[in-house]
Design a protein. Structure first.
Lengths: 278, 280, 357
C-alpha cells in the first residue's frame, strides 16, 4: 500500500521537541558563535578607531600574537605546571580531609551533632577572608597556597560525602545484614557504591573550586611561577594581551577539568541508571 | 570536658530515663541541643585560650581570645566596624540588585526563547567558567580601582547563580504542567502567573540565595585588593600593621554577616514555600 | 678493612656534626621590595648591592652555607609575616616602621647596623591634576603602602603640613599598583619613594612634594636586623655578615664610586639618573653610613612615639634594648673605619666629621 500523501504529524509539545532535537542533530548549531564573533569584531573596530585608550586596549591580532608567543615559549607551560602542581596538592589534601570527615559525620550521629553546627558556621566565612591569617600562619610560600586550596576544597567534598552516606537507604543495610556481611564487606560492597555518585559530585565540585582557589592563592600570596603570576604581571605592566591570554588559559583549564571529570564520571558510574541530566 | 558527662548532667533523654517530674522534657532537650552545638566551639575556644596563656604560639601569630574579643568590641565602639560594614553592605546591596536582576532576566529569556538561548548560552557558559577573580585584572585596567570595579565584580558574581538557577528552574518544569494549562486554556500571562512562577520559584530562590552568598564572597575578595574603606580593608589594615587581633575580629564580623544572610534566606524560604508538600 | 671504613664514616659524621654545630646549612635573608620585573634579586642601598654582587655567597662558600634571599613584594609587612613564622634569619634593609611594628609586637630581633638613612619621600599626582600642594588634596584618594616606612614618613608629613589623616581617603596599595593607579588616574596622589620619578619621566605624573631640603626629621631609615635566636647560636656568622656589610657600605660611601653605585642600584629596573637626581647634592656617605649614632637613636625613639600616637603600635619599647652594636663596633675596628663616617646628633645635624662625609 502506497501512501499518497504524508500523514500529518500532530504538533504536541513532546513531538515538537523531538523534531527540534532531530533537526539539531542533523545540522550543527552555529548560532552560539555569532555573539563571540560580534564581540571580536567590535573589539577590532574599537582598537582600529581608537574608541578606547589604545595604551590599554590591544587589538585581537596583537593578543593572538602574544598568546602564540606565550604558547610556544616555555614560560607558559612551566607556569601551568607549577599551578597544576599546587592545584593537585591542595586538592589531594582537601579531598582527603573532606572524605574522612564526611564519612565520620555520615556514619556517626554523635559526631554529626557535635561537629556540624561549627562546620556550618565556619563555612559562612567568606573564604578569602582567611588569606591574611593563612599568610601569617603558614608564611607566604607554597605551604600557604596549598593550605588555602585545601581549605576551599574540603567543604564541598565533606558535604557531598556526608549526603552520599546519609542517603544510603536502610533497605540496603538490611539486605546486607540478611546476607550477614561483615562490616568491611558492608562498607565496601554496600555503602561505598551507594554513596559513590554523590561523593563523586563532591570531588568534581572540589576540583572546580581547587582550580579557582589556585589562581586566587597565586594572586594574593607571594609571587611565584604560575598562571596567577602571568595575570598579575600583565596587569602591572599594562599588557592587556597577556592578561587576556592568562584569563583564557584559566578558562581552558577549567573547561578541561569539567570535561574530563564528566567523562570519568560516566565511565565509573555507568552501572547506575541516572535519571537526572548532569 | 566529657561530652557524655555533660549530656548526663543536662538530663538528655537518650542517656538517662526521662525524669519529667524534675526537668520537663523540652527544657532538657533544648539544653541538650545547645550543649551539643556549643561543645566544639567551646572546646576550640578553650584550646585557643590555653595556647595563648601558655605561650605555645607567639602572640603575634595567634592573639589570645580575650584580646581578640576586646579588639572586636573596641572596633565596634570606635565606629570603625559599623562604618566599614555599612559601606561593604551598601556595595553588596547595589551589586546584588544589579546582578540579580540581570540574572533573572537572562534566565527567563534563555528558558523561554530558544533562539535567544542558541545565541547566548555558549558564550554564557564560557563567561561563567572564569571566576570573578580572573576578571579582576582585566577589569582593573578598564575601570580602575574605584567603586565601579567593585560593583561590577559583585554583580557578576551574583548574576551567574541567579541566571543558571532561574534557567534550570523554568526549564525543569514538567511538560504536563503546560499541557494542563493549555487544557484549561490559560492566557500567556496566566501561564506565567499560575504555572511558571510557582513551579520555578524554589529554583529561583536557591539562585538568589547562592547569588547573595557569592556576592558577599566577591566583595571580600575585591576589598582585599584595592579599597580605602570596607570590612575587607579593615582586615588588610590589620594585616599590614601586624595586628592579627584586628584581622580575626574582622573575620568574625564577616562570618556573622554571612551567617545572617543565610539565616534570613532560610526563614524567607520556609515561609514562602510553605505550600510545597515536599518529600523530605 | 670494614672496621677502618666504619671508623672513617664515624669520624666523618662526628666532624660534620661538629661543624653543623658551628654553622647553619642556610642563611635566610629577607629584603623588603622587589625589582620592577618582580624577579631579579637586586635592590638598592647596602642591602641591595650586597645581594646583587653575591658577596655573602662568596663569603660562606667555604663552609658550604647556602644563602637564600627572599624579595618581598609586600615590603616590610610581608617580611614581618615571614619573621613571625621563623622563616628568616636576617632582615636586610627593613624600613623603620615595619621594624618598629614587629618589635612592638614582640618579635625579638636585634638591630645590627643602619642600611640607609634620610631616605626621601615624595608625593606625586597625575599629570593633569590641579593640586599644587598637600592641602589641595583634601578629600581625595591617596595611595600609600600602609605599614611601610613611607607610612611613618607620611604621618610626620601630615603633622608638618598641618593636616590630618582623616582629611584624606587613603588607599592601601603596593608600590607597583600605586604607580599604575596614578597612570590610570584611579588615585589622586601617591606617596612613595624615588620610584615616583618613573611616573614623571613617563609624563604621567608630576611631583608636588618632596622631603629633600626639609627637616631631617621627615626622612626614612632602614636597618639590618638579625633574629636573636640566630644571633645567639651563630655569632661568628653574624660577625662575618656585619664585616661584609661594613665593607660594602664603605665601598658605597666613597664618592669616586658614585656612578658605579647608581648603576648597581639601577639593576632593579629604575634608571640610574633617577637615583642621581634623588640624591641631589648629598654625598653617598651621608646616607649609607651604617653607624648607630645619636641620630639613629633619636629617629627611632621619635618614630616609636609617632607610631604610638597614630595607633600604629600598641605599646612602646626602648630602642637601646633593641640595638646590638657589638658586631658593628668590632667590624669598624677590624677594618680601621672607626672614624670613616661622620656621626650625626639628635637633630640629624653633623656632630663629628668623618673621613668621608
Amino acid at each position: 500500500m502506497s501512501i499518497s500523501r504524508p500523514i500529518p504529524i500532530p504538533s504536541t509539545p513532546l513531538i515538537r521537541r523531538a523534531a527540534a532535537f532531530q533537526a539539531a542533530l542533523r545540522r550543527p548549531d552555529y548560532r552560539g558563535l555569532y555573539l563571540p564573533a560580534a564581540l571580536v569584531v567590535l573589539w577590532s573596530l574599537a582598537t582600529y578607531f581608537g574608541w578606547v585608550d589604545t595604551r590599554i586596549l590591544v587589538s585581537p591580532l596583537e593578543t593572538l600574537k602574544t598568546a602564540w608567543h606565550l604558547l610556544i615559549s616555555k614560560m607558559l607551560w612551566v607556569s601551568l605546571g607549577y599551578s597544576l602542581a599546587r592545584d593537585a596538592s591542595g586538592f589531594l589534601a582537601g579531598s582527603i580531609i573532606g572524605l574522612l570527615l564526611g564519612t565520620l559525620l555520615g556514619t556517626s550521629r554523635l559526631a554529626d551533632r557535635l561537629i556540624s553546627p561549627t562546620f556550618h558556621a565556619f563555612k559562612q566565612i567568606a573564604v578569602f577572608a582567611w588569606i591574611p591569617l593563612i599568610a601569617v600562619w603558614f608564611g607566604l610560600g607554597e605551604p600557604a597556597k596549598i593550605a588555602f586550596i585545601a581549605l576551599v576544597v574540603f567543604p564541598p567534598v565533606l558535604l557531598n560525602t556526608f549526603d552520599g552516606i546519609r542517603s544510603v537507604s536502610r533497605d540496603y543495610i538490611e539486605v546486607a545484614r540478611a546476607f550477614e556481611f561483615s562490616t568491611l564487606q558492608q562498607s565496601l560492597r554496600v555503602i561505598l557504591p551507594a554513596a559513590l555518585p554523590q561523593i563523586f559530585t563532591g570531588l568534581r565540585l572540589g576540583l572546580i573550586y581547587a582550580w579557582l582557589a589556585t589562581i586566587g592563592a597565586e594572586y594574593f600570596l607571594k609571587a611565584a611561577p604560575g598562571v596567577g603570576n602571568i595575570l598579575i604581571d600583565g596587569r602591572e605592566k599594562f599588557l592587556m594581551d597577556q592578561v587576556i591570554t592568562g584569563v583564557a588559559v584559566v578558562a581552558a583549564v577549567g573547561y578541561v577539568f569539567h570535561y574530563l571529570t564528566a567523562r570519568l564520571e560516566k565511565r565509573l558510574l555507568s552501572w547506575r541508571t541516572r535519571t537526572d541530566v548532569p | 570536658m566529657n561530652a557524655q558527662a555533660t549530656q548526663l548532667a543536662l538530663g538528655s533523654p537518650t542517656l538517662s530515663p526521662v525524669r519529667t517530674w524534675i526537668v520537663p522534657r523540652w527544657i532538657g532537650q533544648s539544653f541538650a541541643v545547645t550543649a551539643r552545638t556549643l561543645f566544639l566551639p567551646l572546646l576550640i575556644l578553650g584550646l585557643w585560650q590555653l595556647t595563648s596563656w601558655r605561650g605555645w604560639i607567639a602572640p603575634q601569630i595567634l592573639p589570645a581570645p580575650t584580646i581578640v574579643w576586646a579588639t572586636f568590641v573596641e572596633l565596634i565602639r570606635s565606629g570603625d566596624t559599623p562604618t566599614n560594614l555599612l559601606i561593604s553592605l551598601e556595595r553588596v546591596g547595589w551589586g546584588f540588585l544589579a546582578g540579580g536582576s540581570i540574572g533573572l532576566v537572562f534566565g527567563i529569556l534563555m528558558a523561554q526563547f530558544p533562539s535567544f538561548r542558541a545565541y547566548v548560552y555558549p558564550s554564557f557558559t564560557i563567561f561563567t567558567q572564569v571566576p570573578a577573580l580572573g576578571w579582576i585584572p582585566l577589569l582593573m585596567m578598564f575601570v580602575g580601582i574605584g567603586e565601579a570595579l567593585k560593583i561590577i565584580i559583585i554583580a557578576k558574581a551574583a548574576m551567574v547563580p541567579v541566571a543558571i538557577n532561574t534557567f534550570q528552574g523554568i526549564r525543569n518544569i514538567p511538560e504536563n504542567h503546560f499541557e494542563v494549562a493549555s487544557v484549561f486554556r490559560l492566557t500567556r500571562l496566566q501561564v506565567v502567573h499560575k504555572v511558571i512562577l510557582p513551579a520555578a520559584l524554589p529554583s529561583i530562590f536557591t539562585g538568589l540565595r547562592y547569588g547573595l552568598t557569592h556576592a558577599w564572597l566577591a566583595l571580600v575578595t575585591v576589598e582585599l585588593l584595592a579599597s580605602s574603606e570596607g570590612i575587607g580593608f579593615q582586615m588588610v589594615w590589620g594585616r599590614q600593621l601586624f595586628q592579627l587581633d584586628v584581622v580575626i575580629a574582622s573575620i568574625l564580623v564577616i562570618g556573622i554577616v554571612g551567617l545572617s544572610i543565610d539565616l534570613v534566606f532560610s526563614l524567607i524560604e520556609s515561609r514562602l514555600l510553605r505550600w510545597r508538600r515536599a518529600a523530605f | 678493612m670494614i672496621r677502618i671504613l666504619h671508623l672513617f664514616t664515624a669520624a666523618l659524621l662526628l666532624a660534620s656534626l661538629a661543624s653543623a654545630a658551628d654553622y647553619p646549612t642556610v642563611i635566610r635573608i629577607g629584603y623588603p621590595g622587589v625589582a620592577n620585573d618582580n624577579y631579579s634579586p637586586v635592590g638598592t642601598a647596602t642591602a641591595g648591592t650586597l645581594a646583587a654582587k653575591g658577596i655573602l655567597e662568596d663569603e660562606f662558600k667555604k663552609e658550604g652555607i647556602k644563602i637564600e634571599w627572599t624579595f618581598f613584594k609586600g615590603a616590610g609587612p610581608a617580611l614581618n609575616e615571614a619573621l613571625a613564622n621563623g622563616l628568616l634569619d636576617f632582615a636586610a634593609g627593613l624600613g623603620d616602621l615595619p621594624a618598629i611594628v614587629h618589635r612592638a609586637g614582640g618579635i625579638t630581633t636585634e638591630v645590627l647596623a643602619t642600611n640607609y638613612r634620610g631616605q626621601t619621600t615624595y608625593i606625586v599626582v597625575p599629570n593633569d591634576s590641579p593640586a599644587k600642594e598637600l592641602k589641595d588634596l583634601k578629600g581625595k584618594k591617596i595611595a600609600i603602602f600602609k605599614g611601610t616606612n613611607v607610612s611613618l614618613s607620611w604621618a610626620k608629613i601630615l603633622k608638618d603640613q598641618g593636616v590630618q589623616e582623616s582629611d584624606f581617603r587613603t588607599l592601601n596599595l603596593d608600590a607597583g599598583t600605586s604607580r599604575s593607579a596614578i597612570a590610570t588616574r584611579d588615585v589622586d596622589a601617591y606617596v612613595g619613594g624615588n620610584d615616583v620619578f618613573q611616573l614623571r619621566n613617563r609624563g604621567v605624573g608630576k611631583i608636588i612634594y618632596g622631603t629633600p631640603g626639609r627637616s631631617p626629621f621627615l626622612g626614612r631609615f632602614s636597618t639590618l636586623n638579625v633574629v636573636d635566636t640566630f644571633e645567639k647560636k651563630y655569632p661568628d656568622v653574624v660577625q662575618r655578615f656585619v664585616n661584609d656589610w661594613v665593607k660594602e657600605a664603605a665601598w658605597g660611601s666613597k664618592e669616586e664610586n658614585r656612578l658605579d653605585v647608581f648603576r648597581w642600584w639601577a639593576k632593579n629596573g629604575q634608571s640610574w639618573q633617577d637615583y642621581k637626581e634623588d640624591l641631589g647634592s648629598d654625598t653617598l656617605a651621608s646616607h649609607l653610613s651604617p653607624l648607630l649614632d645619636a641620630h639613629f637613636y633619636s629617629h627611632f625613639t621619635s618614630g616609636i612615639k609617632v607610631s604610638l600616637d597614630n595607633k600604629l603600635i600598641r605599646q612602646p619599647f626602648e630602642v637601646k634594648d633593641w640595638v646590638n652594636d657589638t658586631y658593628l663596633k668590632k667590624a669598624l675596628k677590624e677594618q680601621g673605619l672607626e672614624t670613616f663616617w661622620s656621626t650625626y646628633d639628635d637633630g640629624g645635624k653633623l656632630a663629628v666629621k668623618g673621613v668621608v662625609q
